[in-house]
Design a protein around this ligand. Structure first.
Ligand code: F0G
Length: 465
C-alpha cells in the first residue's frame, strides 16, 4: 500500500512532501509538523462506513481483530506484512446513565468511550501499533519517547512483543503515576528518570533521537496519530455509524484531538459522514496552554495561516513569567503541547471549543466515573468535568449526544484514588496544597472494624440506614 500514502508538511507556504519510507519528526525544510496523507482514489475505501462490519466475521485474522487495523483502508500507509499488532482497540462505548445526572445531561445522552481497556491500559496503544508498524517499515532498531507515563507504558509493551525494536523512555523524576512507572519497569524497557518535567523530557528525547538516529514514538510522529484516528471510527461504529453531537477529550500534548479532527476531515472528504461532531478539548486549569492560546489569545488555524510568531511570543512570555504546568492529572501536566497547530486545525474543522477544569472538579468527576462502573485516571475524568462545565455554561445542551473519551484506566494512578477516598479533607488539603484540592466530595470511606462478628454486624446494619 506504500505508494498511496505520503507525508506532507502542514506549514503554510511549505507543504513539502516526503515518502512514507522516510522518518522525520519535523519537516526537514521548515521544521513544522508533518501529516500522513493518502491518494484516496487508489485505496478502495468502502463506500459506506457499515462496509467495515464485514471484518467482524473475520476475527480470526489479527488485522481484522485489531480495533485499529480493522479500519486499515482509512490508514493505508503500511504493507500488511509490516503491521505490528497485539489486538489493541477492543474498547467499549458505555451509555453512562449513572454519570449523566452529575454532568447535567439528560438520560441516555452521555456516553463514555473506555480506552482504558487497551493492552497497556490507555488509548496510547492505538497510536503505538501504527508507529511501531512504521518503525518496522523504515528498519528502526531503537525507539524512544518522552512521557508522563502512558506513552512509555505503551511503548514498553510494543517493544516487548516485537523484540527487534528496543525502547528507551524519558520520564520526569517524581512526575509519573506509579501504575505507569510500574509498567515500564516490569515490561523491561530502558527507563531514564530525568530530573525535570515532561517538557524537559520532550526536548531531550528529540535531541537524543537526532544524535543517535533513534525512532521517535511521541505524537510528533504523524504515524501515531493515524492509529489514534480509529478511536473515532469505533465511536461511530458503536453508535450505528451516527456521529454524536460532541466528542469531549482531555488535552495534553494534543495528539488525540489532532487525530480526531483529522479523522473527521477525512471522513467528510470521503463522503462517509455529513457533519462532524464538535470537539471539546478540556485542559486542567493548572496546565492550560491551549485554553489560553484559543480563548485569551484568540489564535486560530486560519485555514493553515497560523500566526506562528504569536505562538512563539506566547511561549516566550510563559518562560519569562516562570509559569510551569501543575496538576494532579499528571498525564496532562504539559506546558508546550507539540501538536498545538494540528489541534487548532481540528477545532476549526469541527467548530470545537476549549474549556478548563480545576483539580477539584477533575477528582470529583473521576469519583463519579468510578461509581458509574468503569473507572479512569484523573486526566481522563477531565472530559466528564469539562462536559459538566460546558452544560452549565449552556455550550452543550443536555439533550445533545455527548461522548467523553476515558483515555486511561483507573489503576494507572492508584495513589490519588486511595488518598481521595481515605484521607480527611484536612489531610487532602495538606497533601495537595499546591493543587487547590480541598475535599473529597464523593469519598467512599472504608470502615475500619475489629475482627469481631458483633462489630461487623453493626457496621453492615448501619450501611442501609
Ligand atoms: N489522557 C491520558 C491518560 C494521557 O496519558 C494523555 C497523554 C492525555 C490524556 C493527553 O493526550 O497528549 O493526546 O492530548 N499522555 C502523554 C504520555 C503525554 O506521555 O503518556 P494528548
Amino acid at each position: 500500500m506504500g505508494d498511496v500514502a505520503y507525508q506532507k508538511c502542514i506549514g503554510h507556504g511549505c507543504g513539502a512532501e516526503f515518502s512514507v519510507r522516510e522518518s522525520y519528526f519535523a519537516c526537514p525544510r521548515c521544521g513544522d509538523l508533518l501529516d500522513v496523507r493518502y491518494r484516496w482514489d487508489k485505496v478502495g475505501v468502502p463506500t459506506r462506513l457499515a462496509g467495515f462490519e464485514r471484518r467482524w466475521a473475520e476475527r480470526g485474522r489479527p488485522l481484522s481483530f485489531s480495533g485499529v487495523w480493522r479500519f486499515r483502508e482509512l490508514l493505508p500507509f503500511a504493507p500488511e506484512a509490516d503491521i505490528i499488532t497485539l489486538g489493541e482497540g477492543q474498547t467499549i462505548l458505555q451509555q453512562a446513565d449513572r454519570v449523566a445526572p452529575f454532568a447535567g445531561m439528560n438520560p441516555g445522552q452521555l456516553y463514555l468511550q473506555y480506552e482504558g481497556l487497551n493492552p497497556s491500559g490507555s488509548f496510547k496503544d492505538n497510536g503505538m501499533t501504527a508507529a511501531f508498524t512504521h518503525a518496522k517499515m523504515v528498519g528502526a532498531k531503537r525507539a524512544a519517547c518522552a512521557s508522563t507515563g502512558n506513552t512509555s507504558a505503551s511503548m514498553a509493551v510494543y517493544a516487548a512483543i516485537n523484540r527487534t525494536i528496543s525502547g528507551l523512555v524519558f520520564v520526569g523524576s517524581g512526575k509519573i503515576a506509579y501504575g505507569k512507572l510500574a509498567q515500564a519497569l516490569d515490561y523491561g524497557v530502558a527507563t531514564l528518570q530525568l530530573k525535570g518535567d515532561f517538557d524537559a523530557c520532550m526536548a531531550r528525547v528529540q535531541q537524543v533521537a537526532a544524535k543517535f538516529g533513534i525512532y521517535l514514538m511521541n505524537s510528533l510522529n504523524p504515524f501515531r496519530l493515524e492509529g489514534q484516528k480509529t478511536i473515532m471510527y469505533r465511536v461511530l461504529e458503536a453508535l450505528g455509524w451516527q456521529a454524536p453531537d460532541w466528542i469531549v477529550v482531555p488535552g495534553g500534548n494534543l495528539g488525540n484531538s489532532s487525530a480526531f479532527g483529522k479523522a473527521f476531515i477525512e471522513l467528510q472528504e470521503l463522503g462517509l459522514i455529513k457533519k462532524p461532531p464538535r470537539i471539546a478539548i478540556i485542559n486542567a486549569a493548572g496546565a492550560d496552554t491551549l485554553y489560553r492560546v484559543v480563548n485569551d489569545e484568540k489564535l486560530t488555524w486560519n485555514g493553515g495561516r497560523t500566526d506562528d510568531a504569536r505562538i512563539k511570543a506566547f511561549y516566550d512570555r510563559m518562560d519569562a513569567e516562570g509559569r510551569r504546568a501543575k496538576t494532579t492529572a499528571s498525564a496532562i501536566e504539559i506546558n508546550r503541547p507539540v501538536n498545538l497547530k494540528k489541534c487548532l486545525r481540528a477545532l476549526e474543522a469541527t467548530g470545537g471549543v476549549v474549556e478548563k477544569v480545576t483539580d477539584q472538579e477533575i477528582l470529583d468527576a473521576k469519583a463519579q466515573v468510578g461509581r458509574g462502573g468503569l473507572g479512569c485516571e484523573p486526566a481522563s475524568a477531565a472530559s466528564v468535568a469539562g462536559t459538566k462545565k460546558l452544560v452549565a455554561r449552556g455550550v452543550i445542551d443536555p439533550g445533545e449526544r455527548v461522548v467523553c473519551i476515558l483515555t486511561g484506566h483507573c489503576l494507572k494512578d492508584p495513589n490519588i484514588t486511595v488518598n481521595y477516598h481515605t484521607r480527611s479533607d484536612g489531610e487532602l488539603q495538606e497533601l495537595y496544597k499546591d493543587y487547590h484540592v480541598d475535599r473529597a466530595s464523593f469519598a467512599n470511606r472504608p470502615v475500619v472494624v475489629e475482627d469481631n462478628m458483633d462489630a461487623i454486624v453493626k457496621v453492615i446494619e448501619g450501611l442501609d440506614q
